[in-house]
Design a protein. Structure first.
Length: 206
């Protein structure tokens, strides 16, 4: 063996590897973000509109108001309430032919659907969903569109304009209701609609 061979091996081992020869570190997989489970803990109470008639001939819509309560039966302020009408007639629509719209509850936990108009004769269901964080709740409200409200219907629903509104005491509460965001299954994009505070408008969209 040549006498210089061990010295060459020592020199080669002492040379650090080039940076370009280093292997990249394996990519780390992103950890999925844990989401809070949805809890059906909100209770929605229909205050006005359930079982009521909408007069298509006179464009008079029944008030559509709900109240959201928590597990302790306390009003939930700031909850998002979605009113969703059926896609097929008989039904009702919000401005721009939207079939759903989100409103926010006031300090009394009340939210009123504003600016909608009924179309088509017959009975339909309004799906109402409330959410606050991971808490949710839902109900359906039944309404009937008629060509004209008869005297018999008026006697049957005589509390429509007076007794029910006085009993549930929502005049002051509904005045603070403000629409915040449109949620719809039709079209694309998001439209913001602001409702002017005041007594809920009874009638078709202007």
């Amino acid at each position: 063996m040549h006498s210089w061979l061990p010295q060459v091996l020592i020199v080669l081992l002492a040379i650090p590897p080039r940076l370009g020869a280093q292997q990249p570190a394996p990519p780390q997989e992103a950890k999925p973000t844990a989401s809070l489970p949805t809890v059906q803990s909100l209770r929605i109470i229909p205050l006005a509109g359930d079982g009521e008639f909408n007069d298509l001939g006179k464009s008079i819509m029944a008030p559509l108001v709900v109240q959201v309560l928590d597990q302790n039966a306390r009003p939930v302020e700031g909850a998002d309430v979605v009113f969703r009408f059926p896609l097929m007639s008989p039904t009702a629509t919000f401005p721009n032919q939207r079939n759903s719209l989100t409103f926010r509850t006031n300090a009394d936990g009340q939210a009123a659907a504003l600016g909608w108009a009924a179309t088509g004769v017959g009975t339909f269901r309004v799906q109402v969903t409330a959410s606050r964080g991971s808490e949710q709740g839902q109900i359906s409200v039944t309404m009937t569109n008629v060509a004209q409200i008869t005297d018999q219907a008026k006697r049957k629903k005589k509390h429509w304009w007076s007794t029910k509104w006085g009993k549930i005491g929502i005049i002051a509460g509904a005045a603070a209701v403000v629409a915040v965001v449109v949620v719809t299954t039709r079209g694309s994009g998001t439209t913001t609609i602001t409702a002017v505070p005041g007594f809920p408008t009874i009638g078709g969209a202007q």
